[in-house]
Design a protein around this ligand. Structure first.
Ligand code: RP5
Length: 294
């Protein structure tokens, strides 16, 4: 079986909505424009003989084995299963193969090939959502002025590739347990930006380990509406919330304020804060679960 999360975490089902970022005209990091796919043509079951998607795989991908697969035809991948250490199963169920290539389970994207993604089919990521309560100088929870509900804050990073704020997620390495990916990615993002002594770093690392050893709340597992998705390659993630309820654990991490100048910081969980890919949806689930402002 693939290395899936096995904590005592709860889960919440997600509704299937047509992807939007995956059809955004300008393909990231390139001059490529997708073939336009209107809402009523996203579904593969809708006959559309005029569909002539652009084919694109970034040269940066083909230069990165073993992170990236070779081209179809030059290797023999085993789809819909654990292929050696590479997890080619999908949270969306078995995906179809068209002319030997995986077909995006959420429909057309206007682009074939892999774009910027390394794997044909699902590309598995993990998203650690680390939260604390927003408190005043006396340590009292601060209710939102409009909703009157307490406000959560989460650790957010500014992505280098697009400049958008995001959850500090990353790719699951072949054979890696998702629980390890969650902690590794968070530690890399949170620690790399810090001006801290070796002793401070050791303390921070210990706090992170302690928090990630508590059972998280499994927020979501499945397809991500990521702007890098294509007809043949797409992002999937496991998003887990680790919450420092008492504020005496990772809440004290000396991160930069969450403004545009910083690369990592505590940001208020609020529906008006634009986030990368499907990340806003994940935070909405967290806010509802913890009866917080959204
Ligand atoms: C998103 O891309 C996932 O939700 C995750 O946050 C991220 C992983 O990709 P990289 O940050 O490694 O590029 O779809």
């Amino acid at each position: 079986m693939p290395a899936r999360l096995t904590t005592g975490a709860q889960t919440m089902s997600s509704s299937v909505e047509p992807h939007i970022n995956s059809r955004c005209s300008q393909y990231p990091g390139s001059e490529i424009k997708r073939f336009p796919v209107p809402d009523d043509k996203v579904d593969w079951t809708t006959d559309w003989p005029q569909y002539t998607p652009v084919n694109y795989t970034s040269p940066s991908v083909t230069k990165r084995p073993p992170w990236a697969d070779p081209g179809i035809g030059s290797f023999t991948p085993h789809f819909n299963t654990l292929d050696a250490a590479v997890d080619r199963t999908s949270f969306e169920g078995d995906y179809r193969l068209e002319q030997g290539k995986p077909q995006n389970p959420r429909g057309r994207t206007g682009l074939t090939g892999r774009g910027l993604l390394g794997r044909w089919g699902p590309n598995h990521a993990a998203d650690p959502i680390v939260t604390r309560w927003k408190v005043d100088a006396r340590g009292q929870k601060m209710p939102h002025p409009v909703s009157k509900q307490p406000v959560l804050q989460f650790v957010s990073i500014k992505r280098r590739d697009c400049g958008e704020w995001a959850i500090p997620g990353g790719m699951v390495d072949p054979g890696e347990l998702v629980s390890l990916t969650l902690q590794r990615e968070f530690s890399e993002e949170a620690l790399n930006s810090l001006n801290a002594t070796a002793a401070e770093r050791a303390d921070i690392r210990a706090r992170i380990t302690q928090l990630f050893n508590t059972p998280g709340f499994l927020v979501y597992q499945g397809y991500v509406d990521d702007p890098r998705n294509t007809d043949n390659a797409w992002m999937e993630t496991v998003a887990v919330n680790f919450h420092d309820d008492t504020g005496d654990s990772v809440s004290e991490l000396p991160l930069e304020a969450g403004d545009d100048a910083g690369k990592v910081g505590w940001a208020d969980v609020d529906s008006s804060f634009p986030l990368y890919a499907s990340h806003s949806h994940f935070l909405e689930v967290v806010a509802k679960e913890r009866h917080a402002h959204w």
